[in-house]
Design a protein around this ligand. Sequence first.
Ligand code: NAD
Length: 360
Amino acid sequence: MAYQVTLIPGDGIGPEVAEATRRVLDASGVAFDWDHQEAGIEAAERHGDVLPEATLASVRRNGVGLKGPITTPVGGGFRSVNVGLRHSLGLYANLRPGKTIEGVQSVFDDIDLVIVRENMEDLYAGVEFDTGTAEATQVIAGINAISAKKVPDDAAVSIKSITPGGSRRICEYAFNYARSNGRKKVTAVHKANIMKFTDGLFLRVAQQVAAGYPEIEFNDRIVDNMCMQLMQKPAEYDVLVMPNLYGDIVSDLVAGMVGGLGVAPSGNIGEGVAVFEPIHGSAPSHAGKNEANPAAMILAGAMMLRHLGEQAAAGRVELAGAEVIGAGERVTYDLRADRDPSKAAGTSGMADAIIERLSA
Ligand code: NAD
């Protein structure tokens, strides 16, 4: 029976990499019944909403979504559709593997890390007050009435909130992931030396959760030190669990260590619902030119196959992708050693090469 999956192509390069991925997954030996839905600027123009209820209802109904990147205006306009999607669907865990792929130029050649990022709390929750507004003035007055440390009257304010429940849920997810995927170690990443209450809480909960998984080694690192150690001795780390903002930054660092955003997939996981997507954004300068690298979204498709229990098909897609990348010929310009666009394959041509391997 075919899997019903919500397909949200997104905007910018999204529709091109999404179509390439759909074709590869359709050739994986697993049958899909794609439920096409919209989100982003075009959805706003057509439905008056950047994140239409029909799109959310489709993901809830199907339990699984595959999503292309969606543009977020900087500093104004609408709030991030990606953040909205995570909150509306309760996608509390962001899973970001960082694994070396043969043939991809990268600084390191033996990386196998998994970042588990809390996806809904922290400074990312969107509780913000702009400088000079009545709301900011009220919030600052309230803080200054009870805090020994004062906030300047004209400050813009973002609230960092971390809960025991949110921390427990993400830490348990990380340990369960480690247990069911044969991983040996979990490292909690934080800044509890400075943010003693918020990050201190996260660390305390991580230590409590770790006690329930004696077979898995546990340690913790302060986020700045973590970044340095990832550069110096990445082999010492395995699964890293952390609050939202550090997860955002550290996972891009790890993506850079294995060859960049072009090959970095992710999964957003909730209770009974999950949405898979590439880490990269909508890359507007490449949009509509059939030149964007589809590998990250194809790898997100392989993560989705694993989530559906289709391990063999996921392995086939990953292997076919790695073979095409390793051969270095029918790949997009960014994956070529010479980066010569005149010799490179387009987005659809690279998908064709992967499909041919799958069918061979
Ligand atoms: P970006 O990932 O779109 O681009 C960063 C750099 O990588 C650019 O040079 C771009 O050309 C290149 N790049 C990215 N993906 C590529 C691909 N598949 N093939 C070839 N080159 C690729 O990041 P940005 O420029 O910071 O963001 C652009 C827009 O995307 C913003 O509106 C941002 O908010 C949004 N964004 C969305 C998501 C998401 O939907 N999950 C994630 C990140 C950024």
